[in-house]
Design a protein around this ligand. Structure first.
Ligand code: PLP
Length: 350
C-alpha cells in the first residue's frame, strides 16, 4: 500500500499462478504443463533465431499468423497472436468485453476472468454450473453484453460439443461469445470452423499445453476481421513486440510439426484414461475430462488434506480453496511413470 498507487490498484486481487518449485525431483502435476518436451524442430528453430537477437522482431509476427492461418484454414488477418493466451485474453477483455451490460461466465471456471474484469472495470455475472459441474446453455439466456467460456472448461475438464457452441453463438447474435480453447486439443471439438459463419465468435488457443511450449509464451485468437482489428488496436497501444523473435520462430516450427503434436497428445490422452481408472479404483469421483488434467474428489477426504499430504510426499497438484470445489483436486496428466508415482502416494493417503 502506498500513497503513490493509482486508485485502481487498491481494488485488484491478482491471479495466483500455480507453484513453480525450484528443487528437482518434485512430481509436478499442478499447472497443466505437457510432460513431454516440445517438437525438436521448434527447439532447433529457436536456436537458429538467436542469430537475429540484435534486431527487433516483426511487430506483426506475420510468419506465425500465416502459419496458424494455413493450419486452421482461415485468412492471416483473422489471426491475432500474443504473449501467451493470457495476454490475448487480457486484450480481449479490454478491446471487446468492456460494455454496459454484464459479461457472463461460469461460477467455476478459469480464475483469471474475474481478475481481468476488476483490472478493466468490467461488470460481470457468474452463472452457476449445475450439480454435476456441467454448463447448461439455457442458463445463459439472460441479459448480457457477452459470454466467455473455456471449452473444455477449467478446472472441470468437461467439454461442450461444437454443435452446442454453435447454438450458444446463434442464440446471441448481438453478443460476442469468446471460447477459450486452451485444452481443446486433448479430445474436444474446436469452434474454429464456426468462425466463418459467425461474426460474434472469437476462439482463443495456446501453445502452452498441447504444443508443450508454456515457457515460450505464445497464444492466439481466431475471429472475423473486425474482432481481430480491435485486438490489434489495443496491442499496438500497449506493446509493439509482445512476441520475441525466438517465440515467433519456435511457434512456427511447432505448429508445422503435426507428427510430434499427434504423438505426444495421443500419449497424454491414453495416460489420462489409465489415471482416471486408477483414481476411481481408489474411490475417487472423477469428472469426465477432455483436457490434459482431471478434476477429482474423494468422498472420505478433504481436498486440502490430500493436497497437503501429496505435497509432503513430493507430488504437487492444484487445490482451490473456493466454495463448491474445495474438496476437488486438479491433477495434470503426466507421463505414465509420474501418474503411477502419484497413485502410489495417494494409496497411502486414502
Ligand atoms: C482456461 C485457460 N485459459 C488460458 C490459460 C493461459 O495459458 P497461457 O497464457 O499459457 O497461454 C490457461 C492456463 O492455464 C487456462 O487454464
Amino acid at each position: 500500500m502506498s500513497r503513490f498507487w493509482s486508485p485502481v490498484v487498491h481494488n485488484l486481487s491478482p491471479y495466483v499462478p500455480g507453484e513453480q518449485p525450484r528443487q528437482d525431483g518434485i512430481i509436478k502435476l499442478n499447472t497443466n504443463e505437457n510432460p513431454y518436451p516440445p517438437s525438436p524442430h521448434a527447439v532447433a528453430a529457436i536456436m537458429t533465431a538467436t542469430g537475429r537477437l540484435r534486431l527487433y522482431p516483426d511487430p506483426r509476427a506475420s510468419a506465425l499468423r500465416e502459419t496458424i492461418a494455413a493450419h486452421y484454414g482461415v485468412a492471416s488477418d483473422e489471426v491475432f497472436v500474443g504473449n501467451g493466451s493470457d495476454e490475448v485474453l487480457a486484450h480481449t477483455f479490454q478491446a471487446l468485453l468492456k460494455q454496459d451490460a454484464p459479461l457472463l461466465f461460469p461460477d467455476i471456471t478459469y480464475s483469471f476472468y474475474p481478475v481481468y474484469c476488476r483490472l478493466y472495470g468490467i461488470a460481470f455475472e457468474e452463472v452457476p454450473l449445475d450439480a454435476a459441474m456441467r454448463l447448461a446453455l439455457s442458463d445463459y439466456r439472460r441479459p448480457c453484453s457477452a459470454i466467455i467460456l473455456p471449452n473444455p472448461n477449467a478446472p472441470t475438464g468437461i467439454a461442450l460439443r461444437r454443435a452446442e457452441i454453435e447454438s450458444l453463438v446463434a442464440e446471441h447474435p448481438d453478443q460476442l461469445v469468446v471460447i477459450d480453447e486452451a485444452y481443446v486439443d486433448f479430445g474436444a471439438e474446436s469452434a474454429v470452423p464456426l468462425v466463418a459463419r459467425h461474426d460474434n465468435l472469437l476462439v482463443i488457443q495456446t501453445l502452452s499445453k498441447s504444443r508443450a511450449l508454456a515457457g515460450l509464451r505464445v497464444g492466439f485468437a481466431i475471429g472475423q476481421r473486425s474482432l481481430i482489428e480491435a485486438l490489434e488496436r489495443v496491442k499496438d497501444s500497449f506493446n509493439s513486440y509482445p512476441l520475441d523473435c525466438l517465440a515467433i520462430s519456435g511457434a512456427v516450427a511447432a505448429i508445422k510439426d503435426d507428427a510430434w503434436f499427434e504423438n505426444t497428445r495421443d500419449r497424454i490422452m491414453a495416460s489420462r484414461g489409465r489415471l482416471v481408472g486408477a483414481l476411481s479404483e481408489l474411490g475417487f469421483k472423477v469428472l469426465p475430462s477432455q483436457a490434459n488434467f482431471v478434476f477429482a474428489r474423494h468422498p472420505g477426504h478433504l481436498g486440502a488434506e490430500l493436497a497437503a499430504g501429496l505435497r509432503e510426499r513430493g507430488v504437487l497438484v492444484r487445490h482451490f480453496q473456493k466454495p463448491r470445489i474445495e474438496d476437488f483436486l486438479r491433477i495434470t496428466v503426466g507421463t505414465d511413470e509420474q501418474c503411477e508415482r502419484l497413485i502410489a502416494q495417494m494409496r497411502e493417503l486414502v
